[in-house]
Write a protein that binds this ligand. Structure first.
Ligand code: SF4
Length: 370
């Protein structure tokens, strides 16, 4: 059964009732357990979990040290095109937005890669909007041809592909795939994706499994916090990661928790989002670590430098640094048309210093594609 079929049978009302009825005593018992099952994970996301956050954070720190030690990997995203046919209400690259559209040619991609490589970063993500006309699979293949020789690991954060297309790009040197479902709430998903192929919830939801079937080494999943009920979204994100790890035990599974940021004009700015506090954020991070101690957790520059620093000892594995979300932004130093608002503008050097100050070790490479 695909993951799409698996989560369709869940009853949200039943899940929320279970969350509401969880007691602090149950949380304390869960924190002392060696293994947490799906039901325990849901309970850790409850208001009672929030009241026992200190204990959850201590266990999360312990589990993180046991599984990963004190190493934190740095990476940078490289945007190579912002052409997009979708109308996602939360994104500045929304097709309806009147922004400066750009696509990098091979030489510009090389310059962008070299500018990032000069910072010392060796793991990158390459990003495009969704436009099979402007950025077909052959274009992404060309980008890999340029970037794979420069970096230790190149991960794709592009539109969802068919299995044979993933296979083609993995053959061209892609190490893994990042694809966020944004929200697992199918009704909200339909409302926030106004038009374009991204409206196909099921095709996106099963993209991580297609990439793993095609041979991806890593897969990163995430939800855009603020679109829907965070407890339900987090629970389903955890189930998705568990579903994949049970079937693809050799894959490295990563989790991201980007909080939504308002940006841009037109559709993008008109939306009211649900608030997700720093305390909620820490609770979800701890719950994920206790349920899936072997999964990596990534914190992007959507979060402030101060907050990222505080999260390090709780269990961060990957952090971005010196980030530009502008197409060609590293080589040109321009920063006018970003996909979303960045909160932490620290350079790679500053992020490394922050990690060291927290008593951890910044690393630039934990894998090399041969
Ligand atoms: S989130 Fe992605 S698919 Fe949606 S508008 Fe932005 S770039 Fe396009």
């Amino acid at each position: 059964m695909s993951f799409y079929k698996t989560i369709r049978i869940l009853d949200d009302r039943y899940l929320l009732d279970m969350v509401e009825s969880t007691t602090t005593w149950e949380i304390e018992a869960l924190v002392n357990q060696k293994k947490i099952d799906e039901k325990g994970f849901l309970k850790l996301l409850s208001p009672a979990g929030s009241r026992s956050l200190e204990k959850m954070a201590q266990k999360s720190r312990k589990e993180s040290l046991n599984h990963f030690g004190k190493a934190i990997l740095l990476y940078s995203p490289i945007y190579i095109s912002n052409y997009c046919v979708n109308r996602c209400i939360y994104c500045n690259f929304n097709h309806e937005n009147n922004i400066d559209r750009k696509i990098l040619d091979k030489e510009e991609i090389r310059k962008e890669g070299e500018a990032v490589r000069e910072t010392g970063v060796q793991h990158i993500l390459i990003l495009t909007g969704e436009s099979r006309t402007h950025t077909p699979v052959s274009y992404i293949e060309d980008a890999l041809d340029v970037l794979v020789p420069i970096f230790s690991s190149v991960v794709l954060e592009v539109y969802p592909l068919k299995e044979d297309e993933y296979r083609r790009l993995i053959k061209a040197g892609a190490d893994g795939v990042t694809i966020y479902q944004e929200t697992y709430d199918e009704t909200v998903y339909d409302k926030v994706h106004l038009a374009g192929p991204k409206k196909d919830y099921a095709f996106r939801l099963d993209a991580p499994e297609r990439s793993l079937k095609a041979g991806a080494r890593t897969i990163s999943l995430g939800v855009l916090l603020g679109l829907a009920d965070w407890r339900l979204d987090l629970f389903k994100l955890g189930l998705h990661a568990k579903y994949l790890s049970d079937r693809y035990p050799d894959a490295e599974i990563g989790l991201s928790l980007p909080r939504i940021k308002k940006i841009g004009t037109s559709e993008t700015a008109r939306v009211d989002y649900q608030s997700v506090s720093d305390r909620d954020f820490v609770q979800m991070m701890c719950a994920l670590r206790l349920f899936l101690p072997f999964c990596t957790i990534n914190i992007s520059t959507r979060e402030s430098s101060d907050f990222r620093e505080k999260l390090i000892p709780i269990g961060i594995n990957k952090m971005s640094g010196g980030v530009s979300t502008e197409v060609g932004g590293y080589a040109t130093n321009k920063n006018g048309c970003n996909q979303f608002e960045i909160s932490d503008h620290s350079s790679v050097e500053d992020v490394m210093a922050m990690i060291e100050k927290a008593g951890y070790q910044p690393i630039m490479k934990d894998w090399m594609t041969l």
